[in-house]
Design a protein around this ligand. Sequence first.
Ligand code: ADP
Length: 282
Amino acid sequence: MAIEIKNLTHIYNKDTVMEKVAVRDVTVTIRDGEKVGIIGHTGSGKSTLVQHLNGLLKPHAGQVIVNGIDTMSKDIKELRKMVGMVFQYPEHQLFEETVYKDIAFGLKKQFRLPEDEADLRIREAAAEMGLSKELMDKSPFELSGGQKRRVAIAGVLVTGPSILVLDEPTAGLDPKGRDELFRSLSEINRTKKTTVIIVSHSMEEMAGFADRILVMNKGSLAMDTTPDKAFENVELLESMGLSAPQVTYMARGLARIIKGFPSDIHTVDRMVEEIMKVVKRP
Ligand code: ADP
């Protein structure tokens, strides 16, 4: 079991007039190797929830156990090695002269590795994030927005976390950059069995990526289900300030006018498939 969250409550500015219960009594278990999307409207508690996973925030009530380590324990260093955290706009943290040095930074800080082993790891992490060899000696500031983001993520991956948590990793990326990033993350999940947890406010994005969706609403866990099941109840999602993917609305419309057309489509690929079936009908 990778992560066990039991009755977690987190309160900002506790016992002041500014008191805010950001996460309320959340219980959830995430297994090794899962691809989980945490979805919710802005302010629903997503970031607060995930910041408990590497002990950055501590529970006010309840417990968070990651690979057997209670985040309240003193093993915080061990915990940080297991959980790679990628915050919003991680490229803002890039500062080294070269891409190579930027990817190496966290590794050198956290681990004392022989030079050749470190070098191998750095090159592997770069390749996993789709960064070519030619980029390694460039300044990160010469790169595109999507490339910079991948450098920043490679700088987390290089430490070899078994759990990777990314907060809105596609914010500000164009569709191509977004697709490439999700492809890389899926590949890492598939080949290394890394548990990948993505915080997003977009159902659309998570429909194509996650195999499990946790919906946060006003600090509580409102749904824990598969993408398909989550989108079955569009009205409930809308009541939480979310919406189903655009193609789901389109499918519902088409299902009303085309006999036998499925209304439960959540990805563009499946929509294309179903439309082709209709086009090819005799
Ligand atoms: P999300 O990630 O879903 O947007 P957050 O976890 O950031 O939600 O925020 C949950 C609630 O906690 C919001 O009402 C937010 O205003 C509040 N909050 C978040 N961070 C802080 C903080 N550092 N101090 C006080 N309140 C905060």
